[in-house]
Design a protein around this ligand. Structure first.
Ligand SMILES: Cc1cc2nc3c(=O)[nH]c(=O)nc-3n(C[C@H](O)[C@H](O)[C@H](O)COP(=O)(O)O)c2cc1C
Length: 182
């Protein structure tokens, strides 16, 4: 049976590689639904139609209106990458003003496996909220790929979006989706 991966991205430079990541996930057997923060959707605006065709599902960046039907199949796993400083902290605090953060916040309570991989520089991570957010999300069962075996922060201005470890993120999503509940 095809498994559904919600791929959620916020506005950090690795988001520009999302088409390739979708193709990699599809090659691994996932039916992919793409969700974006409004900021990431603005960055990808010229590609949104093509991304909808590639996934076979609408690309979502806004909450539906009351009464509107669900547009996506149910998720087996959610991968939130790249996750910005802003989105990681909002997720940890339960500030659900963006659609994708709302979905991952609820996923904790629904028992849907969630993998998160930040994309943050070494200055952001010195803000005291960041480590706290990562630890809080880990304690709630989220697989946060941060530090060894995940994303390692770069110096400000020295980010290498081409080196963002998407392969680790897809592998973690696969492991998360092969638990006893799936
Ligand atoms: C060119 C550019 C690169 C950025 N890179 C990052 C980044 O790597 N990590 C990060 O946390 N924020 C980064 N930002 C800032 C976020 O885009 C900004 O905080 C945005 O409000 C995040 O919103 P979102 O989390 O809803 O997507 C970048 C902004 C710009 C303009």
């Amino acid at each position: 049976m095809t498994r559904t991966l919600y791929l959620f991205c916020s506005a950090a430079p690795p988001v520009f590689d999302v088409a390739k990541v979708i193709e990699d996930a599809q090659a691994r057997g996932w039916d992919v639904c793409l969700g974006l923060t409004p900021a990431a959707a603005r960055w990808l605006e010229p590609s949104l139609e093509g991304l909808a065709v590639l996934t076979g599902h609408p690309v979502r960046s806004e909450y539906k209106r009351p009464g509107e039907p669900d547009m996506w199949p149910k998720a087996d796993v959610i991968l939130f990458a790249p996750a910005t400083f802003n989105s990681v902290n909002a997720w940890a605090l339960g500030l659900t003003s963006t659609f994708v953060v709302g979905v991952v916040a609820e996923a904790i309570g629904k028992g849907i496996p969630v993998v998160g991989m930040p994309c943050v520089n070494a200055a952001y991570v010195q803000h005291p909220a960041f480590e706290r957010s990562v630890e809080l999300l880990r304690s709630a069962g989220v697989a946060m790929l941060y530090g060894e075996g995940g994303f390692v922060p770069n110096q400000p201005g020295q980010g290498r979006p081409d080196a963002y470890p998407w392969g680790l993120a897809l592998e973690a999503a696969e492991s998360a989706g092969s638990g006893p509940d799936t």
